[in-house]
Design a protein. Structure first.
Length: 72
């Protein structure tokens, strides 16, 4: 969890999470969001709505991760 601190601190989208949740809480939230995204994408085999939601979460995750490169 400590390895993500410099990335999250410099992110304008996620920097507010560290003071609110702490290092471990922020790491847990990011990991949970990624697992939920993956599960929704897999559930897209049976549900178009799950695929749409999972796809949008995937896009947001990608853009957030890309922002680390720009702002760090």
């Amino acid at each position: 969890a400590n390895a993500i601190v410099p990335l999250v601190q410099s992110s304008p989208f996620m920097g507010w999470l560290l003071p609110l949740l702490g290092t471990q809480g922020t790491s847990n939230l990011i990991g949970t969001a990624e697992v939920i995204t993956a599960l929704l994408l897999m559930a897209g085999t049976w549900s178009a709505k799950a695929l749409r939601v999972g796809s949008w979460l995937g896009v947001l995750t990608f853009l957030n991760t890309l922002s680390f490169l720009v702002f760090t």
